[in-house]
Design a protein around this ligand. Structure first.
Ligand code: IVH
Length: 579
């Protein structure tokens, strides 16, 4: 990118980020996820560091976030509020622990892991055991006085179990259920909706009328001890939490203490998988050195403690540029438009392609080459283009025209009335054949190790295989005539082909690549056939016999199996009716 291109990109990024910030902070509304906003900011930071002359004081990268609105009285914090450094991977967790042990090589330390509630930080002050003040984090030095609303949080004691002085911080949050309930109410009253539970919690605390906050079902968990008149000072973070509990302050009981960092990493992974099912949102795990003495020795850098980090779950969304749009031909002839992307790191891996599903979807989202798009990766699902950021268009974006012929074989394509998918109808289409092979040997089918996409393409191109069964009669000479094959690789591959012959019936069915027959249905089918024809003894069936029986199966038989629609039954019967 040259300087003038960078200048105009920086300008549009600034305008868009400011617009999203305004929506988010002032209107408590989100048109795009925060992850999208963060991703745009990252791009802006990158461009500004490449072209430092283009940084202006009004850039969103130059402003230190401060949430002081002027609506509430400002009060100085007793202990200034620091924040935590973020880490995003197992490697970074381990690096942090290595930094700590390097700093204190002779110290015996344990780790404490606390799920990071996604809410807002509140500090409370008690005097002689009585709640006298509650402050937002504000700019870290001064916070807003929100005592009148925080007092309404039912789980927060107005009086402690002991008449002591105490400064303590915690996270105010809302359950997912309360958040949804609040938005229903907002909708009924024709008020703007909150983007997420965190925004709703923040909006509920920063109310002038405590009656509104009281109706919102807010909750708080404490984790940080400030100045206090406790007789017995806790010597670990775990004891801090136990002390809070004894005083009547709510804590998150799901914390855990570890002595090995590998177990900490495992714990973080487990919560990453569990988080969707929780009643409230967490955005990571806070990791701390448990011992207070070690914490004191480790101290702080300019902004953050050395003794703690926040492990953040990978964002599921990011923004990037569409470099090209291509159309792939699948195993069943389906034509799938795919966006070729400027590689971007999201949800733990780099993504350079994302599916656009089908022609209709592509039209509806109006994705063009050159667009800035939001991409999303959730779980094992293939990354997809969610939407286009149309405000970032410059006018040079190119519209994509869906091909009228199969891009692989040039054959005719068909899109039946009412269906979304366009298919190549040439049964000899090279691309379909190739995909069919790749599926046949894939992990959940015959699982032939070493037979990857490239080798399959080579075998099909050279004409060594034209039907998946041909794989089992390949010879070492066939492989040796392919590029990059020598004795060792050839003999390894031949032995994994041999090994793959020992296959379960369900994998075998799945490998056939019958339309609508995924892994689960393959299992049901295998069970049906072994139960009906193999005397229920799946271990002793004779495969050839079963396949023979399967080929005569009737629509009515299959239509009765649980979980089978007519579509599935029809597809199986049709497949076996082909010679
Ligand atoms: S300890 C010296 N523990 O994360 C920093 N913070 O980026 C002390 N948070 O502002 C923070 N759960 O709002 C700590 N168990 C936890 C936390 C936690 C959520 C928030 C808190 C803080 C931010 C730090």
């Amino acid at each position: 990118m040259n300087r003038s291109e960078a200048r105009s990109r920086i300008e549009s990024l600034k305008t868009e980020i400011k617009r999203l910030n305004y929506q988010y902070f002032t209107l408590d509304r989100n048109e795009f996820s925060e992850e999208v906003r963060d991703s745009l900011k990252k791009e802006l930071v990158r461009l500004e560091s490449e072209f430092p002359g283009l940084v202006t004081p009004d850039s969103p990268t130059q402003r230190v976030g401060s949430a002081l609105s002027g609506r509430f009285k400002k009060v100085a914090h007793i202990t200034p509020k620091k924040s935590l450094a973020d880490v995003f991977s197992s490697e970074e967790i381990v690096e942090w622990s290595e930094r700590v042990t390097k700093f204190l090589p002779n110290e015996k330390m344990t780790f404490i892991a606390e799920p990071k509630m996604d809410g807002l930080n509140i500090t409370v002050h008690y005097e002689k055991g009585k709640l006298i003040r509650a402050l937002t984090r504000g700019n870290g030095v001064e916070g807003e006085d929100v005592t009148h609303t925080v007092r309404t949080i039912e789980s927060l004691p107005l009086e402690l179990e002991m008449p002591i002085g105490l400064e303590a911080s915690g996270e105010v949050f809302l359950s997912k259920e309360s958040f949804e309930h609040i938005n229903l109410e907002q909708e009924k009253n024709e008020k703007p909706l909150f983007a997420n539970p965190r925004n709703a919690a923040a909006g509920s605390v920063r109310q002038l009328d405590p009656a509104v906050s009281a109706s919102r079902n807010l909750n708080i968990f404490f984790y940080e001890l400030g100045r206090n008149t406790l007789k017995d000072l806790p010597s670990t973070q775990e004891q801090v939490l136990k002390t809070f509990h004894a005083l009547g302050l709510p804590i998150n009981p799901t914390y855990k203490v570890f002595s090995s960092i590998d177990d900490v990493v495992k714990f973080c992974g487990e919560w990453g998988a569990k988080r969707e099912k929780l009643a409230f949102e967490i955005d990571g795990i806070v990791l701390k050195i448990n011992e207070k003495s070690a914490q004191e020795k480790l101290g702080f850098t300019a902004k953050t403690p050395r003794w703690a980090v926040a492990y953040k779950f990978a964002p599921k969304q990011a923004t990037t540029h569409v470099l090209d749009i291509i159309v792939q031909v699948g195993r069943t002839g389906a034509l799938t438009p795919v966006a070729v992307l400027d590689p971007v790191f999201v949800a733990g891996s780099t993504v350079s392609r994302a599916t656009l599903h089908n022609e209709d979807d592509l039209e509806r989202k109006d994705v063009r080459v050159g667009d800035t798009v939001v991409i999303q990766k959730a779980g094992d699902v293939i990354p997809e283009v969610v939407e286009v950021m149309k405000n970032l268009r410059t006018g040079v974006e190119k519209k994509f025209h869906f091909p009228k012929k199969c891009p692989a074989c040039g054959g005719a394509v068909e899109k039946p009335e009412g269906e979304a998918i366009t298919r190549c109808v040439n049964s000899g289409c090279f691309a379909q054949e190739r995909e069919h092979f790749i599926h046949f040997v894939s992990k959940h089918a015959f699982d032939i190790e070493g037979l990857g996409e490239k080798v399959v393409s080579g075998l099909v191109e050279e004409g060594f295989v034209s039907d998946p069964a041909d794989i089992f009669s390949l010879t070492s000479d066939d492989f040796l005539s392919l590029p990059l094959f020598k004795e060792k690789r050839t003999s390894n591959l031949l032995s994994s082909i041999e090994k793959s012959k020992d296959v379960t019936l369900s994998r075998f069915i799945f490998a056939l690549g019958i339309r609508h027959i995924g892994e689960e249905i393959s299992q049901s089918l295998a069970r049906y056939f072994t139960d009906h024809y193999g005397n229920g003894r799946s271990a002793s069936f004779e495969m050839g016999k079963l396949i023979e029986l399967m080929s005569h199966v009737k629509f009515e038989d299959l239509d009765n199996i649980d979980g089978f629609g007519g579509k599935v039954a029809q597809s199986v019967v049709e497949w076996f009716s082909h010679k």
